[in-house]
Design a binder for this molecule. Structure first.
Ligand code: GAF
Length: 389
């Protein structure tokens, strides 16, 4: 989006000039789904679809937020009158949570005056591409830069997770916030969510590209069974811990899991844990396959991830299954799977560049015929994390 356009929009809303413009990307995830809160690995990348924010300081203590995507009013609250509390709008809480937790830190008192924000997203909300983490990290970087806060990016990612967990009530892991704020152009981030060690790996896909496909079925993770999945994995882990000295499912391989699976005397928990363990192993193998230039293998592992998310984790649904399964049948496709929390949202396919247009037409038609409305296909680049532009 054009910076001037954003500054003009800010001026229309607030009647004065904005100071700085920021961009916070959404993310895709090549592989490693529902592994983050299980102490496993993920392999996400920041994308050029995201959320823009124009900041302008105020002399008083008021914070004003306006979203250019929603036909609504300016949302206003005061820094000092304890009105920074959760409301029933889905988007403002991400700002409020970050503001609250940053103000609670040692140098949080540096946030001593109000500000206006104009927000415009190019990322559809509920699309499974991390619009919420993009907003959290946008707020984090804006406050860090404008108020000179002494806080590093990984800490901001953790505060974003805390916002989800404690302010919003979704027990999500760290992947989305980490990907949005730590993203690097043309690279994916291989992150061990157990140790928080990470490595950038250039996305070497040769003649192939990643096509992002949205089901256009909005998913609201807090309303979904996401928290149930977290709990089921936790319960399975507790049973394994009676014999194994582990802190997370990410610490064991598929063989060890198989050997000790007799401890999990509940079919649902068994399936959930099996996914978490196998998906983590698949993520390790997939990143290795990419390094070895074995793209066929990478593709097979991506397909296997979807199958496991369908049968064992049960988070796909008809829309995501239609996108993945119809992708598998197209020429020039290495692999396809749902990404993010599931229950709607988006999928990715790794498609031969010169066959991508035919691919979108064919999958788009099957989706419309099967589901009754259109899927959306997005062209996105892999970009750097949240920053001033
Ligand atoms: C959502 C969550 F926010 C992430 O933490 C992660 O668990 C993902 O679902 C599934 O891999 O995006």
């Amino acid at each position: 989006m054009d910076k001037t356009e954003l500054l003009n929009a800010y001026q229309d809303v607030y009647g004065e000039e904005g100071k700085d413009v920021f961009f916070s990307p959404g993310r895709i995830n090549v592989i490693g789904e529902h592994t983050d809160y299980n102490g496993g690995h993920v392999f996400p990348a920041a994308i050029s679809l995201g959320v823009y924010g124009v900041y302008g300081p105020r002399e008083d203590k008021k914070v004003r937020l306006y979203s250019g995507n929603i036909d609504g009013d300016v949302v206003e609250f005061d820094l000092d009158d304890n009105s920074v509390e959760k409301d029933d709008r889905f988007w403002t809480n991400y700002f409020k949570g970050m503001l609250t937790y940053l103000r609670q830190r040692k140098d949080g008192n540096k946030i001593d005056h109000g500000f206006n924000l104009y927000i415009k997203a190019t990322l559809p909300s509920g699309s499974g591409l991390s619009s919420s983490a993009a907003i959290e990290m946008l707020m984090g970087i804006i406050l860090k830069d404008e108020f000179y806060l002494d806080v590093d990016r990984v800490t901001l990612a953790k505060l974003g997770q805390k916002t989800e967990n404690e302010f919003v009530g979704l027990n999500s892991g760290i992947m989305d916030q980490f990907a949005c704020i730590m993203g690097k152009k043309d690279s994916a981030i291989f992150l061990d969510c157990n140790t928080m060690e990470y490595e950038y790996k250039p996305l070497k896909l040769g003649d192939y590209e990643i096509v992002i496909m949205s089901t256009n079925k909005e998913h609201t993770l807090a309303d979904s069974a996401y928290n149930d999945r977290v709990q089921e994995c936790h319960d399975a882990l507790k049973k394994l811990q009676t014999k194994l000295d582990i802190k997370s499912l990410g610490e064991i391989d598929s063989d060890t899991f198989d050997e000790y699976s007799y401890l999990i005397n509940d079919e649902t928990e068994l399936k959930r844990a099996r996914h978490a363990v196998n998906e983590n192993q698949r993520t390790l193998r997939a990143t290795q396959a990419m390094e070895d230039n074995d793209l066929e293998k990478l593709g097979r592992l991506i397909d296997a991830s979807h199958v496991s998310l369908h049968y064992d984790y049960e988070v796909t649904g008809k829309e995501l299954d239609t996108l993945a399964e119809s992708s598998w049948k197209q020429a020039g496709v290495l692999g396809a799977r749902m990404i993010g929390g599931g229950f709607g949202g988006s999928a990715i396919a790794i498609v031969k560049k010169d066959q991508a247009e035919d691919f979108k037409k064919a999958v788009g038609k099957i989706y419309r015929d099967t589901i009754g409305y259109d899927a959306s296909f997005y062209d996105a680049e892999i970009v750097d994390g949240t920053k001033k532009i």
